[in-house]
Design a protein around this ligand. Structure first.
Ligand code: PFF
Length: 461
């Protein structure tokens, strides 16, 4: 039997895992959720969730993967035996669902990048209408989302070190450089400080149930938890590596990008006199108008950099999503890696078509307004379903570690490569979080999402 592939070292693992975490969630979803939920208040709550819920779950996920050295299903099964493998299967299924629509949004970013640099996105009159037409017209979209899936498959098919690691080593530093350059630029604009104030000074009267719900949901998604992505990457990690400090760096890197994305977007939005509470289209409708106002040359440079950064962020995430089912099929069914990757990419791309066609495409009213889902569109349905699956998977992970694997076994794994771990007292915090805080929080979130999304009980609370 050939030896299982491994990341070449710590940096390779950290960059790949941070690449998975940093994605559209940070640059596209985080700013609009923060904008909708009162800016700084949202940021504050988000940071609490990251520290008390997500960081401990992340260490546990990586520890499971490294201990078992297998894919999501195989790892749960090997450590837990019996039917625990189904928790891994749940993660794999959710990952496929998320990738199917995530790739569509990544395709929009890819299309906007090409259009702003090589075509006439900067001469559009009304960006709201343009975006609505753009997402409703499948011709370009189909092409760009297929292109994005092909890029993802090309990288994943090259394997861990030559594909995933190399791609992340190039794209992650590139992303940070572009982000910092854009922040410096946006902070120098007149009126930028109003955006900074909105983003950094909390107004606690703005905190509602939605701030909590959106915050914890976003934190979980942003750190790529619950889909087995970090578990799978953990299975390629050498035994002598320090999981706890790596997880801390990954968490910090991800949180930093979300924070910095807000610091870039809000000054731009306020300096252009726009509203921060635009919702999902914030990045696609408001920002292009701002790039347009910069003139054709500067607009191309700044706007092009922005959408290129969005593509980098998305690509480092889609490759981690595709790796999860790939690892499963390669490990468990002994299928050849390349063929598996291309077959999966094709299947997931096809699964994404209903999402792609659900954004106003003519002749697809059924998908645009789902009768069984309160008239919401198909992409929203899949995204909500996936978020619920993620929380369920996070809940089950805590139950698995606490009652099946046992916390002391997890600590033993975490202590390998981290000699000071047990004496640092950190394990008390992780214990408390995995045993008490996380299952309660995940349980509440799952119930609330279910009631709110599926039973339409939004107005009851
Ligand atoms: N964390 C990614 C983002 O914020 O965009 C999304 C993601 C990637 C979620 C990989 C889950 C995953 F397994």
């Amino acid at each position: 039997m050939t030896e299982r592939a491994k990341f070449s070292g710590r940096i390779g693992f950290i960059l790949a895992a941070a690449g998975s975490a940093v994605g559209l969630g940070n640059i596209w979803r985080f700013p609009y959720l923060a904008g909708k939920n009162g800016g700084a208040s949202f940021l504050l709550i988000y940071l609490l969730f990251i520290a008390f819920i997500c960081f401990p779950i992340m260490t546990a996920e990586i520890a499971i993967g490294r201990k078992a050295g297998l894919n999501a299903y195989g790892s749960y099964k090997k450590i837990g035996s019996g039917s625990w493998g189904s928790v891994g299967i749940l993660g794999i299924i959710i990952g496929i669902l998320v990738l199917s629509f995530y790739n569509v949004v990544a395709g929009w970013a890819f299309g906007y990048f090409i259009e702003i640099v090589f075509s006439d996105l900067l001469s559009v009159k009304d960006y709201g209408t343009h975006f609505a037409h753009y997402v409703a017209d499948p011709s370009d979209n189909l092409f760009f989302s297929m292109g994005f899936m092909i890029l993802t498959a090309l990288i994943v098919s090259q394997g861990i070190q030559k594909g995933i690691e190399v791609a992340n080593k190039i794209m992650m530093p590139g992303l940070y450089i572009l982000l910092i350059a854009l922040i410096v630029y946006s902070l120098t604009l007149p009126g930028a400080m109003k955006g900074v104030e909105f983003y950094l000074i909390p107004d606690i009267t703005e905190i509602t149930r939605h701030t909590f719900l959106d915050g914890v949901r976003q934190a979980f998604f942003s750190l790529s938890l619950g889909m087995g992505a970090l578990l799978t990457y953990g299975s390629y990690l050498h035994k002598d590596q320090n999981i706890v400090s790596s997880a801390a760096i990954i968490t910090l890197a991800d949180t930093m990008v979300a924070f910095l994305a807000g610091l870039m977007v809000f000054p731009l939005v306020f300096s252009a006199g726009q509203s921060p509470a635009e919702g999902p289209p914030l990045v696609f409708m408001i920002l292009p108008k701002i790039f347009q106002d910069m003139g054709p040359i500067l607009g191309r440079i700044v706007g092009g950099s922005f959408f290129l950064m969005l593509c980098f962020a998305a690509l480092t995430s889609t490759i981690s999503m595709l790796e999860v089912p790939t690892a499963y099929l390669v490990d468990e069914k002994k299928l050849p890696r390349k063929k598996t990757v291309w077959t999966l990419a094709t299947v997931v791309f096809i699964m994404g078509l209903p999402s792609l066609l659900s954004q106003g495409t003519k002749g697809f009213d059924m998908l645009n307004k789902l009768s069984f889902y309160h008239g919401r569109d198909f992409m929203t349905f899949i995204s909500d379903l996936a978020d619920m699956g993620l929380t369920l998977s996070g809940f089950l992970l805590c139950i698995f570690v606490t009652y099946r694997w046992k916390l002391f076994n997890m600590h033993e794994e975490l202590a390998i490569g981290s000699p000071g771990y047990m004496s640092s007292g950190l394990h008390h915090f992780i214990n408390f979080s995995i045993r008490i805080i996380c299952p309660i929080a995940m349980g509440i979130l799952f119930t609330m999402l279910m009631l709110e999304k599926f039973f339409g009980l939004d107005n009851i609370f």
